[in-house]
Design a binder for this molecule. Structure first.
Ligand code: FAD
Length: 550
């Protein structure tokens, strides 16, 4: 196969145009092209009147012609041999594994990172035991809806905790900017397709799957792990980690975990994939001496616009074109104060969701369905903050700050899980909002209009007031007076990093593999999944000594 890297065609081109462009790039006759498939499709909408589709294509020609063309690559711009992007296992256990119960690896947390770690361990024959504090995804869906509909929060089963992890009720965006030379992202996406995701996620440049599909996929991957000899336990919070006493303040070896109900499970290989909201678990790990550091994260509000405003600003007359779908955006503004403000987790055609996991707190986030056909576009508009500048007191001071802001938002919202909100025009003019205007609020269980300037530190409010009008220069209508801000967005990434070495193990706790978003090694579903694969591989290589590696 030959990979053609950049074929650009007008938005409304025909199948024949694409075929002709492939033949022209390879300088071959039409009948020499046996077949072709899409590897990637993206678009360039910088010129609204001339939106282009950009393809990466794998073309099949006869073996003789392929050899001939590969010999002339200097003359064929953007053509190369199709690289191997398939996944190759690093190890495989004998069917008799494990010889002892404590040889089975434990995976704490069944979000994207824990799911991929457990799946890969199971596929390598290592029969992992997964411990997830929340409920299975069906029960969890009911618990999550209880907050959205009845204002009842279950602190162990909600948007953050439970089967599928934080990304289950989401937009299901599946792209990441991590370096991925081994194409591990493709392994994640291939597993998602096997579990029922649409095939297009393998070739569109910014794939997404939406909430309902994610729920079913998670259940299918669970079934696969169990089929391969793994075990998955829900409602099983790890409340203690055991390790040998460190020698001379150095490293100690993990020996097992204790669950909230008191059960002890021995293991010398433990994946810690607990996400960014397991604050009690961070405290437990810190108290037990696991090394961690405070890290930067961001705070801000969700902003909602009519999706039609965003579509028109990005695509002009092509708004609504089925290939383009609902438009997204990515915005950054560097403020005079030195702070950066950026858009985060943009959800086209979606809703703002209540994402708290602690009673008495209000947190916003966003989700959508696969169709992305809700009336509003939403995204978080957030300000970057750092431990050095904003929460220098101690390692978990970032958690304290998040909690303080979430409780303040709860109070400002009226103390019943309504979120405080304000129209953009009023926010910019420092005037409390009284009535909604053209933009309806999608946040459930409801919003309380008023003054958001009290909801964040003054430097953040100042930065947002500078950034929102600046964003209007990139997205016409972004600072429209009727757009709606809802607060607060605090769970943008983990406030800590649980440091690990090149062997993926904690730098002071052997056998502990901090992974995913909570440990500071991922940001989003895809990168968390990739990280899960990496730690599973590290464990397999450590567990399976050469005599058992096939
Ligand atoms: P998590 O998904 O947070 O999973 C951690 C799991 O560990 C949880 O299920 C938790 O219950 C469990 N756990 C915690 N402590 C313990 C313990 N002590 N014992 C046992 N279990 C424990 N990202 C995207 O890429 N695209 C999106 O569209 C997107 N939308 C989002 C929408 C929402 C509403 C939210 C909340 C997040 C969204 N994200 C999105 C972010 C994404 O969900 C996370 O980056 C991702 O889930 C991180 O994966 P993870 O496995 O590292 O952690």
């Amino acid at each position: 196969m030959l990979r053609l890297n950049e074929i650009k065609l007008a938005l409304n081109h025909s199948e024949a145009d694409l075929r002709a462009a492939i033949c022209a790039t390879l300088a071959i006759r039409d009948d020499a092209l046996l077949s072709y498939s899409l590897f990637k499709r993206s678009y360039d909408a910088r010129k609204k009147k001339n939106i282009l589709l950009i393809y990466q294509i794998d073309a099949l020609v006869s073996p003789e012609l392929e050899t001939q063309l590969l010999g002339q690559l200097d003359n064929l711009v953007g053509v190369r041999a199709t690289p191997d992007t398939g996944y190759h296992f690093v190890a495989q256990a004998e069917p008799t594994f494990p010889t002892a119960q404590q040889a089975r690896p434990i995976v704490i947390g069944f979000g994207p990172c824990g799911i991929l770690a457990a799946l890969l361990l199971a596929q390598m024959g290592l029969k992992p035991i997964v411990l997830e504090r929340g409920q299975d995804v069906r029960q969890r869906t009911q618990d999550t809806w209880a907050l959205w509909r009845k204002r009842e929060l279950n602190p162990e089963s909600n948007v953050q905790f439970g089967e599928g992890g934080a990304g289950t009720f989401s937009d299901g965006k599946l792209w990441s900017q991590v370096k991925d030379k081994r194409h591990l992202g493709r392994k994640v996406l291939s597993e998602f397709v096997k579990a029922g995701a649409p095939e297009e996620i393998l070739f569109v440049s910014k794939p997404h799957i939406g909430t309902f599909k994610l729920v079913t996929m998670v259940e299918r991957i669970r079934a696969e792990i169990i089929h391969l000899g793994g075990e998955i336990r829900f409602n099983q919070k790890v409340s203690e980690l055991h390790r040998d006493a460190p020698v001379d303040g150095g490293t100690g070896q993990v020996t097992g975990v204790t669950l909230a109900d008191g059960e002890f499970l021995p293991s010398r290989h433990v994946v810690l994939a607990i996400g960014h909201s397991a604050r009690d678990s961070f405290e437990m790990l810190l108290a037990q001496g696991v090394y961690m550091e405070a890290k930067p994260f961001s705070i801000g509000f969700r902003i909602e616009h009519p999706q039609s405003v965003i579509d028109k600003a990005r695509f002009g007359a092509s708004a609504g074109h089925p290939i383009l779908g609902s438009a997204d955006y990515k915005l950054v503004h560097h403020c005079k104060s030195g702070r950066s403000v950026y858009s985060f987790c943009m959800c086209p055609g979606g809703t703002v969701v209540a994402a708290a996991s602690e009673p008495g707190g209000v947190v916003t986030n966003g989700m959508s369905q696969y169709s992305r056909n809700e009336r509003n576009a939403n995204s978080a508009i957030v300000v970057g903050i750092t431990p050095e500048q904003d929460y220098p007191e101690h390692v978990l001071a970032g958690v304290d700050l998040q909690r303080k802001l979430e409780r303040l938002a709860f109070e400002l919202g009226g103390g019943d899980y309504s979120a405080p909100a304000q129209l953009v025009g009023d926010f910019l003019n420092n005037k409390p909002s009284v009535n909604l205007s053209a933009v309806s609020a999608s946040y459930q269980p409801g919003i309380s209009l008023g003054d958001l300037s009290k909801a964040l530190p003054a430097f953040a409010i100042e930065a947002l007031r500078e950034a929102i009008p600046a964003f209007n220069k990139q997205i016409d209508g972004f600072s429209m007076a009727d757009a709606l801000l809802t607060g607060v967005e605090t769970r943008t990434s983990s406030p800590i990093c649980i440091k690990r070495g090149a062997d993926f193990q904690s730098i002071n706790t052997l056998g502990l593999y901090p992974a995913g978003e909570g440990a500071g090694y991922a940001g989003g579903i895809l990168s968390a999944g990739i990280d899960g694969i990496k730690v599973a591989e590290a464990i397999a290589l450590d567990l399976l000594k050469p005599d058992t590696v096939s």
